[in-house]
Design a protein. Structure first.
Length: 107
């Protein structure tokens, strides 16, 4: 079972956090996904605020082919848009580098 889907467009969401009055201490600049992009939703344990969201987003954004990352601490879900399916071990390493734990692909 896979949570990967082909999407022509994706939009980003801003969530509230403890880091700033605007609700976020990181930016998600990619508002549209490239044609044929793959969107995968991962579950991440340990995120509690906007700073956590930014740390996870930053590390995953460095993976080759990633065009956008939206992390939501309140749900523990991280939505990643990439040119092709990502290697879960690479995503796990990125999340670990940020100081959090990847549970896996959301079901």
């Amino acid at each position: 079972m896979s949570a990967q889907t082909e999407l022509p467009q994706a939009t980003s969401e801003t969530t509230g956090s403890c880091c700033s009055p605007s609700g976020s201490c990181h930016s998600d600049t990619a508002a549209e996904a490239p044609q044929g992009a793959v969107t995968t939703v991962y579950e991440v344990k340990g995120m509690t605020c906007g700073h956590c969201e930014g740390a996870v987003s930053s590390e995953i954004s460095e993976l080759a082919g990633v065009s956008s990352v939206t992390a939501v601490a309140a749900t523990g879900l991280v939505t990643v848009v990439s040119a092709a399916p990502l290697d879960e071990a690479a995503v796990r390493d990125a999340v670990d580098e940020a100081g959090y734990e990847l549970s896996g692909v959301a079901s």
